[in-house]
Design a protein around this ligand. Structure first.
Ligand SMILES: Cc1cc2nc3c(=O)[nH]c(=O)nc-3n(C[C@H](O)[C@H](O)[C@H](O)COP(=O)(O)OP(=O)(O)OC[C@H]3O[C@@H](n4cnc5c(N)ncnc54)[C@H](O)[C@@H]3O)c2cc1C
Length: 401
């Protein structure tokens, strides 16, 4: 895959987001890893559908897995904005790698938000150091958007629970060692009938099923988790029994800006490629960037990328700075919807700028377009996000009467 090793000086011309020196350091670190280590292998990882273990090791050594984990547990002590900065830079070069990285943060979030002191002490230091990857398991074959339809059960026993059921399409499945799993503890209680658990790879009764072959983000692993009478000690239940869906919703509220950051990153990467190509490609004896029609496409791409970045950073900052932020679901959904739609449009436009070459695997933009699609689907589809935003709006205006 072509695309060369280049870092555009374009950042210097970006809006100033007034990042702190520490935040700049995280961004630079992630960018350096992305440019020097990920760019040379992204085509091969995609082609071979190979999990990026070497890159994960480099991220671990550089401390990148700890950016939003408290210092007390070996992390950097940052929040969602720090996470977004790291995710954006990795996504700019390869969304498959970025997804593998981000999914560990998703798996850790239930422990960060609701874990007991013992659970945090036991699991977070390893996750922060990248010694063990994490994953989050909610989805099942018949329970996607309708999370309440999950069938995996956790039956209470004397000292713990027996888990039975199959989770589907779990990112980092098989590669991660720490899994946060949502299972039904009492179906009669409806939304209060699920609980969250920590299950470790290697636990008796916990196996991995089919590894999926995907359209995009092919470097990331997407796999079934199969539980057959898998015993989980009660110390490994996160929060009180019945809190499973609350743990899930609060987790997604905080991680969705990170999906937005994936969108910003991949869209920026596609814009970089498109501008560079348009400056080189000649037709009718002129560089194609001299055609105003091409300039307008590029102008719209750049405007959308910057708007998405501004929204994602603002929402991440809001979540980090407010002690008890209200309406997170609405704004984090907005960041996810807007930036992922931008990612799909901008990567598609990048293919258009490349013309027929854009359709070829030799150039990076076709991978970007395939990769971007997942952002409109996972962590709650964009239709579901719009439902949430719409419902929140309706409630807000009802209370303003
Ligand atoms: C590559 C990949 C990685 C993933 N990683 C994880 C993971 O790590 N952990 C995990 O738990 N899950 C994971 N998922 C699952 C993902 O979150 C679900 O795919 C997603 O929530 C949608 O569920 P579904 O695919 O069953 O679609 P469905 O819910 O069946 O939806 C199908 C279509 O109907 C629409 N729809 C459904 N209900 C409504 C409604 N009420 N209003 C309007 N439209 C609606 C949807 O928007 C969609 O367009 C992953 C999925 C993929 C593909």
């Amino acid at each position: 895959m072509r695309g060369g090793s280049f870092i555009l000086k374009q950042e210097e011309k970006r809006l100033n987001y007034f990042l702190t020196p520490d935040q700049e350091t995280i961004r630079e670190l992630a960018r350096k890893i992305a440019e020097e280590k990920v760019r040379p292998v992204r085509g091969e990882l995609d082609e071979k559908e190979e999990f990026p273990w070497e890159i994960m090791r480099i991220c671990a050594e550089s401390g990148l897995f700890g950016v939003s984990i408290e210092e007390e547990y070996g992390g950097f002590g940052g929040g969602e904005l720090e996470n977004c900065l790291a995710v954006e830079e990795l996504s700019r070069v390869c969304l498959g790698v970025a997804t593998s990285y981000a999914a560990s943060g998703l798996g850790a979030h239930p422990i960060i938000l609701y874990g007991s002191a013992e659970q945090k002490k036991k699991y977070l230091p390893d996750i922060a150091k990248g010694k063990r990857l994490a994953a989050f398991g909610l989805t099942e074959a018949d329970a996607g958007s309708d999370a309440g339809a999950i069938r995996t059960t956790a039956t209470r026993k004397e000292d713990g629970y027996l888990l039975n059921g199959t989770k589907q399409w779990i990112t980092n499945g098989g590669e991660a060692e720490i899994y946060t799993i949502i299972a039904i503890t009492d179906r009669s209680k409806g939304p209060r009938g699920a609980s969250a658990f920590i299950v470790e790879k290697g636990a008796p009764g916990f196996e991995f099923g089919k590894k999926e072959k995907k359209m995009g983000i092919r470097a990331s692993a997407t796999r079934e988790l199969i539980f057959q009478d898998c015993f989980v000690r009660k110390e490994n239940r996160i929060a009180r029994e019945g809190m499973g869906f609350i743990v899930t919703m609060r987790t997604f509220d905080r991680t969705r800006p990170g999906v937005g950051a994936q969108g910003v990153g991949i869209a920026q990467g596609a814009l970089d490629e498109a501008v560079r190509y348009a400056r080189e490609r000649e037709q009718f004896g002129r560089k194609i960037i001299s055609f105003q029609a091409v300039q307008h496409i590029l102008a719209d791409m750049a405007t959308q990328v910057e708007a998405a970045r501004a929204l994602v950073y603002s929402v991440a900052r809001y979540i980090d700075q407010e002690k008890d932020p209200k309406e997170i679901s609405k704004v984090s959904g907005m960041a996810k919807v807007f930036a992922s739609d931008v990612a799909m449009r901008v990567t598609t436009d990048a293919v258009q700028i490349f013309g027929g070459y854009g359709y070829m695997r030799e150039y990076p933009v076709e991978k970007m377009m395939r990769d971007a699609k997942i952002l409109q689907i996972y962590e709650g589809t964009n239709q579901i996000q719009r439902n949430v935003i719409g419902q929140e709006l309706s409630k807000e205006y009802a209370s303003k009467k």
